[in-house]
Every structure is written in C-alpha cells, then in structure tokens.
Design a protein around this ligand. Structure first.
Ligand code: UD1
Length: 394
C-alpha cells in the first residue's frame, strides 16, 4: 500500500501506475454515434454504482443533430458528457482522423488507465487507435461481430478495434468464436451478453405505454417500420431508386412508417425519391428519439432495416425483422431471434407483410438486461486500483 492511498483501500496486483489522489483509476468512456449511447449507458451506470473508478465521458460529436444525439441521450438518462469533441461529419478518413487527433489531447490531459469503446463506428476505431498509441489499455464492448464483408466501413472498424483491445466483451458465442479464430484469446474475452438490450429492458415499459404509432396515424401490428442508412443501400442512386420502388410496392398494401436518417434523406431528396415515397403514402418522418423509436418497433407488425442494432432490438421485442442486406454480423438474431435476411433484391421489400400474431419472448442467452453489470464486474476485476468500494457494492 502506498502513502497516498486511503488506509481502507487494497491494491489490486498488476494495475497501472498513474493514480488519482483518491486512489481510484480513471476510465474514459467514448461515445460518438447514436448506437453508442444505447450500448454504453448501462455500462457507465453499473460502474457508477461500484464507485471503483473516476469516470470521464467523452462524446466525439460524430452524431450532433438533436434528434440523433441530445434526444437519445435524454431518453437514456445518460450522464453529463465531460468532454465534447464536436468533430461532426466528413469523409470517413477526415472524420476518423479528426477524432483521433482530438481524442489524443483528452487522453494526454486525463491520463486514464483504461479507455472503453463500443460498437463499430468511426469514433470507436479512432479512439481505440489514439489510446493504443499512448499505451493505454482498451476495452471493447460488442467485440467479435463479423459480417466478413470488407466493403462495410463497420467491418474494418470492428476488426481493427478488436485487434487493439485488451479486454473484449462479446454478446454471443459466435462473436467469441470469431475472436478466437483470429488468435485473440488468453483470457481477454468475456462473454457478457448484450448491453443494448439492457437499455431496451429498462425503457421497454415506458416505450410501450407511449404508443408512438398513434402519433403517426398507425394501428398496433398493422404497419411496417422501415429504417435504411447503410452506404451500400443509400449512396448508389440506382440501388436507392430500386429501394424506393420496393417501398412503393410495400405501401400499396400496408401502412409504412419510415424515420429517415439524415444521410438517407439527403440522397432521397437529390433524385425525387422522397416525393415518390410521400405520394405512395409512406409516412416519411424525421429520426425519432430512443423511447419513441423503441415504441414504434414494439408496435410494428414487421420491420425492414439495414441497421445492426434494430436486428437485435426487434429480436428482443419479438417483432419480425427483415434485414435488407446480403449478410449480418449478428447471426444469433437469425438462429435465436426474429431476424430474416431479405438479401439485396428490392422487389423483396414489397413482399413483406405485418405479422398479427403476438410477439414471442426473446430466447437469446444473456440478453437479459444485466450485461452492463457483467462488463462492470470484469472491469473492476481487471482494472480497479482499489477494492474497497467494489467490495462494498458486492
Ligand atoms: C454511423 C455509423 C454506422 C451506424 C450509424 C447509426 C460509421 C462508419 N457509421 O453511420 O455504423 O449504424 O452511424 O446512425 O461510423 N448527419 C447529420 N446529423 C448527424 C449525423 C450525421 O445530418 O447528427 C449526416 C451527415 O450528412 C453525414 C451523414 O449523416 O455526412 C452520415 O453520418 P456519419 O456519422 O458519417 O455516418 P452514419 O451514416 O450516421
């Protein structure tokens, strides 16, 4: 025990050297884009209860619109952000580079023992890289997902982040298998379950009570909810035109609600696709906050999406999900959830029908609302400088 430590605190062997006056290690948490907020809120809350670390929350500003960021954070009761980098949009290279250089300054100022990143967005990789170059340990929440599709920017972000990470938290056995197949092992992988589903379970009751579908003139189980934002789907005008045609076909027989991501809205506006969808009766709305979106998912008869998180949330809610992609990095949603791969033919979109039967319960192991607690336990076991507060929690 060192002279600077409070007497009731016990050293954990093997922890890093730089310390705060109160003896606690510092963790920097990174969030940048919408899905990060949902995945990290339960982890930060679980660590706060353990009081074993000083926590610093950094928001890179990759998502900055109030509907993509502030409103989502508010719904999640996300803690105050300590540092906002404000990097905004740009090409992938520019955005990644800006986060890298701005985040390095934060690390030099706060000198954390550990950086926690989540998911697969550009901010995830950029911050992991900055930490790695300063020799700071990295934990990756939602590690090991693989689409095996290198044309996806997220696949590059996932693989490289996992390569840099010291602790890897997986949400499914397949993710653990992927990491082991890449030679990552040696006790660094923790199969903890899905922290995104922690947020969902916490908010589900309020979301259902909201009945957000009524505000867009829909009846429960009667409509199809659509989200599309992947570059592969929306950045190619010919492909996007095919999707618009598929959605027109869908809207011809079923009410459709489409909260449109800014990337998608910009592309649709360029070639008249937005007008076509509105003429076809598609409810084209702005992106909605977290609770409202959960509510729209819970009330839907089916969902058409290219999002990763929506495949998981639909599975947890028991709502049929049709993923408009040729692959998924989340195969557990196909085998144990409600997800089906629709492929790449947009005419398939018109064939989707709402399912009127009641939702089936989620059967995915460890998607139980307690994954954040398991992440926190592993972080305390590996990186807490002191055990006093952590033991008090246990
Ligand atoms: C990013 C992630 C993607 C994730 C998605 C969730 C990467 C490579 N992609 O995609 O994995 O599924 O977030 O939404 O990190 N824009 C705004 N306001 C905002 C944010 C973005 O108008 O608050 C517009 C900008 O025109 C921007 C475009 O949307 O150029 C795309 O944003 P960006 O952060 O580059 O990627 P996403 O498509 O949101």
């Amino acid at each position: 025990m060192t002279a600077t430590q409070p007497p009731n605190l016990v050293l954990v062997p093997g922890t890093p050297a730089a310390r705060l006056a109160d003896g606690r290690s510092t963790i920097v948490h990174v969030v940048g884009a919408r899905p990060n907020f949902v995945k990290m809120a339960p982890v930060i809350a679980a660590l706060e209860r353990r009081m074993a670390f000083r926590q610093v929350v950094v928001h890179t500003g990759q998502h900055y619109d109030s509907r993509m960021s502030d409103d989502v954070l508010a719904d999640l009761d996300f803690p105050d952000v300590d540092v906002f980098l404000g990097v905004g949009s740009g090409t992938h290279g520019v955005q990644t580079a800006k986060v890298l250089s701005e985040f390095e300054k934060v690390l030099l100022e706060h000198r954390p023992d550990l950086v926690v990143v989540a998911g697969d967005v550009n901010s995830t990789l950029a911050c992991a890289l900055a930490a790695s170059k300063l020799g700071i340990a990295i934990a990756h929440v939602e590690a090991g997902l693989r689409s095996f599709d290198w044309s996806m920017p997220e696949e590059v972000n996932r693989v490289l982040t996992d390569r840099l990470a010291d602790l890897l938290f997986t949400h499914s056995p397949e993710a653990t298998d992927n990491l082991e197949a890449e030679g990552i092992g040696g006790g660094r992988i923790y199969y903890v379950g899905n922290t995104m589903i922690d947020s969902l379970r916490r908010c589900e009751k309020r979301a259902r009570a909201l009945e957000a579908w009524t505000t867009v003139g829909m009846r429960a189980r009667d409509y199809v909810l659509v989200t599309l934002h992947r570059p592969a789907n929306v950045d190619d005008p010919a492909r996007l035109a095919g999707i618009v045609q598929g959605l027109e076909g869908l809207a011809a027989h079923t009410p459709v609600v489409f909260p449109i991501h800014p990337r998608t809205r910009a592309r649709l506006a360029e070639d008249g696709g937005l007008d076509r969808l509105e003429t076809a009766g598609v409810a084209c709305i702005e992106p909605v906050a977290y609770l409202e979106f959960l509510s729209l998912q819970a009330g839907a008869g089916a969902i058409v999406t290219d999002s990763g998180g929506v495949q998981e949330e639909a599975s947890a809610l028991g709502v049929s999900c049709f993923t408009f992609r040729p692959n998924t990095e989340r195969p557990v949603t196909l085998t144990h959830g409600t997800n089906v791969l629709l492929g790449e033919d947009p005419t398939e979109i018109a064939e989707v029908r709402p399912a009127t039967h009641p939702p089936t319960p989620c059967a995915i192991p460890l998607w139980d609302g307690h994954a954040g607690e398991r992440v926190a336990d592993a972080l305390v076991a590996n990186y807490a400088m002191v055990t006093g507060a952590a033991e008090a929690h246990a």
